[in-house]
Structures are given as structure tokens and as C-alpha cells.
Write a protein that binds this ligand. Structure first.
Ligand SMILES: CSC[C@H]1O[C@H](OP(=O)(O)O)[C@H](O)[C@@H]1O
Ligand SMILES: Nc1ncnc2[nH]cnc12
Length: 291
């Protein structure tokens, strides 16, 4: 079993490994919810052990709808992760958020249709608070890390709404314009289920959204393609990794409090002494504080 690690990183499209990780160990984690997308790569960044997971697998073999979100979050929890940073490619729904910019969103709109985004069920019912789906304090650490680096040609947008769509096809223009009329800032296919499950697992979660395109609404820009996403992500991958490094450095020196760390305190409605033993066992990693 690997050492306990408090900081986890999930890398999305175009960010399949962390170059700066040292003393790397590949950890295959099995969970009651199946296998994660890939082995967790535990290594040292800035003197701190962290766990990295390629969200779609290192060869990008999982579609957003196929991602084993529960296994991914459970695996992070089983290593001891308390803070989870998600690095994700997104389309921009606002002119001012340009390709290569970074956005730290603070809200989501759910347009997924086909995702399991809870650990509950099978006799144990829980309803987490999700009004503020991103950990504000972790988002602040991330934003301050970005600002401290003064990255050339990168504008940071603090706050904003991430529309999470099902995919895998990109949006129609009508959809893209609808989301713009709702005031949304960026669009992707992955972060909402992850954020919900992280909250249920009492892990603080924040998103580093890397803008790769203007989706399909912008009259002066071509509609999004995979080539565009990966091309821009590769241009920005060095910056993204610098941001993650600086965030890890700050988090390890000064880990902030997070409401997420006690998210289940008032969430579980089923009396646990009346709950099915098999489900209590399945969820014991998440529930043990409350059993
Ligand atoms: C390759 S374009 C669409 C793909 O990119 C984003 O992935 P991630 O959030 O893992 O960076 C988007 O959500 C889609 O999965
Ligand atoms: N325009 C877009 N729509 C959905 N997911 C994306 N990921 C990157 N760009 C995207």
C-alpha cells in the first residue's frame, strides 16, 4: 500500500502525466465501485507526496460518459486525499475568456444525462449540500498560485459557471448560445460528477479550467475540434503544470480549512444502525467517522 497522500490531481484531456513528479510509484487501486481510469501515480512534487490520475486513462480510452467517476474518487480517498485539483480542458462561452486563459469556476450547470454521481443507494440515503460546489478556499489557493506566477499571455478569470454536457459530440450552436444566454462561462464534459462525488467523499475539490476553444458560437473563430483542444492544451501544459506545482507548494505549507471535510455530517438521512450491513461495509471508507 502506498503512503497516505493528502493532495490529489486529476489530469484531463492533454494532461496525461505530471512531468515534475519524482520517486514515482504506480498504485493499482481496486474499489467497491470497480477500477479507476488508470493506475494512480504517486510521486513527490515540491517535497510533498501527491497522487496523479489521468481521468480518461493515459491513452485517453474512456469517453466522458464511460468514466469510472466513483472508482476514481474512491481511489483518491483510499490514499488519504483531502484536496483534489482537477485540471480540465474547456470551451469558452464568453469572448473575454480566450483560448490559453485559465478559469477557476465556482458554479456548475448539469446538462449530463447518463452519469452515476452518487455513492449513496442500496439502503443508505444521503443528500449533500451542493450550493457551493467548489471549495472556496482551495479555489483561492489555486487562484493565488496562478497570480503569483505572472504567466505571460494568460489571463486568470476567478469565478464563473461551468456547463457540464454529456458529449461525446460537441454542442450545437443553438445549445452553445443557450448556455451563453444563461450567463455560463465555460463548457466541458467531466467536472460536475467528479465534484459531487468528491463532496460526498468529504474531499475539497477545485477546477483549474484551461480554455482551449470558443466552442461553436463565436462568429470569428472556427468551431471546436479535438485537434484545436489538444493543440492549445499542449501549448498550455507547461503553464498548467507550473500552476499545479505552486498550488501544491502552498497547500502543503498551509492547508486551508474546507467545509467539504465535514460534508456528510448532516447529509445522511438513513439511521446508520438500521442500514444494511453490506452497504455500510461498501461505504465504510466514507462513513467511518459517522458509524
Ligand atoms: C478532447 S475534447 C473533449 C474532452 O475534453 C475535456 O476533457 P477533460 O474535462 O477531461 O479535460 C472535455 O470534458 C471532454 O471530455
Ligand atoms: N467546446 C467544448 N465543449 C465541451 N467540452 C470541451 N472541452 C474542451 N472544449 C470543449
Amino acid at each position: 500500500m502506498a503512503d497516505q497522500v493528502k493532495i490529489g490531481i486529476i489530469g484531463g484531456s492533454g494532461l496525461y502525466k505530471m512531468e515534475a513528479l519524482k520517486d514515482v510509484e504506480e498504485v493499482q487501486v481496486e474499489t467497491p465501485f470497480g477500477s479507476p481510469s488508470d493506475a494512480l501515480i504517486v510521486g513527490t512534487l515540491e517535497g510533498t507526496r501527491v497522487a496523479f490520475l489521468a481521468r480518461h486513462g493515459r491513452n485517453h480510452t474512456y469517453m466522458p460518459s464511460e468514466l469510472p467517476f466513483r472508482a476514481n474518487i474512491y481511489a483518491m480517498k483510499s490514499l488519504g486525499v483531502e484536496y483534489l485539483i482537477s485540471a480540465s480542458a474547456v470551451g469558452s462561452l464568453k469572448a473575454e475568456a480566450k483560448p490559453l486563459d485559465m478559469v477557476i469556476p465556482d458554479q456548475f450547470i448539469d446538462r449530463t444525462k447518463n452519469r452515476v454521481s452518487t455513492f449513496f443507494g442500496e439502503g443508505i440515503v444521503g443528500h449533500i449540500a451542493f450550493g457551493d460546489p467548489i471549495c472556496r478556499n482551495l479555489a483561492t489557493v489555486l487562484s493565488e498560485a496562478i497570480e503569483s506566477l505572472n504567466l505571460p499571455d494568460v489571463t486568470l478569470h476567478r469565478g464563473g459557471t461551468y456547463v457540464c454536457m454529456e458529449g461525446p459530440a460537441f454542442s450545437t450552436k443553438a445549445e452553445s448560445n443557450l448556455y451563453r444566454s444563461w450567463g455560463a462561462t465555460i463548457i466541458g464534459m467531466t467536472n460536475l460528477p467528479e465534484a459531487k462525488l468528491a463532496r460526498e467523499a468529504e474531499i475539497a475539490y477545485a477546477t483549474l479550467a484551461l480554455v482551449t476553444d470558443y466552442d461553436c458560437w463565436h462568429p470569428d473563430h472556427d468551431s471546436v475540434t479535438v485537434e484545436m483542444v489538444i493543440g492549445n492544451l499542449q501549448k498550455n501544459a507547461v503553464n498548467a503544470q507550473r500552476v499545479i506545482l505552486e498550488t501544491v507548494r502552498r497547500l502543503s505549507h498551509n492547508p486551508p480549512p474546507s467545509d467539504a471535510h465535514s460534508a456528510l455530517k448532516y447529509a445522511i438521512i438513513t439511521p446508520l444502525d438500521k442500514a444494511p450491513v453490506a452497504t455500510k461495509e461498501k461505504l465504510s471508507l466514507l462513513l467511518k467517522k459517522y458509524l
